[in-house]
Write a protein that binds this ligand. Sequence first.
Ligand code: FES
Length: 116
Amino acid sequence: MTHMSPTTWIEIGALADVPRRGARCITTPLGKVAVFRTATDDVYAIDDKCPHKGGPLSQGIVHGAQVTCPLHNWVFSLQSGEAQGADDGAVRTYPMRAENGRLFIDASILAATTAA
Ligand code: FES
């Protein structure tokens, strides 16, 4: 059965695949993207690569809607991707949502051949 939809969401797995206050990585044409789940089951997708020295943010500590980089403890907002406090930098964020226990990400990320 095919399902045509005017939206551009693509299913990438189950919410249960991502641990609470943890993350899972997906590989996209734009690079590795970390999919985070907060303690309250909000989900966010951001680049997995810390803008400081490339630390894997998916292995960071999630607190509230923020993640702390595992390498040098910069803190990023999962909502805006911006570094918090005195640190300067930002990661890209990607639209995503959870619905009925399934995770969806903006399909244009997975289809992208060039970054804008
Ligand atoms: S690499 Fe993330 S804080 Fe240094």
